[in-house]
Design a protein around this ligand. Structure first.
Ligand SMILES: [Zn+2]
Length: 53
């Protein structure tokens, strides 16, 4: 399932919690459109790199 998190519906979030936990673990990218974050930019619709802290 390589669909961007931005397209996930409520039901899918509930069902895919385990997968979601993996996707958002140690986030490196954030979506400029909807502020979601993910480890890989492929999961976001408008990914931009998070500044390292
Ligand atoms: Zn997005």
């Amino acid at each position: 399932m390589a669909r961007s998190l931005c397209k996930w519906k409520k039901k899918e979030i509930e069902k895919g919690l385990h997968e979601l936990a993996h996707i958002v673990d140690k986030p490196r990218y954030v979506c400029r459109d909807c502020a979601r974050s993910a480890h890989d930019k492929g999961h976001l619709c408008k990914p931009t790199k998070l500044p390292l802290t």
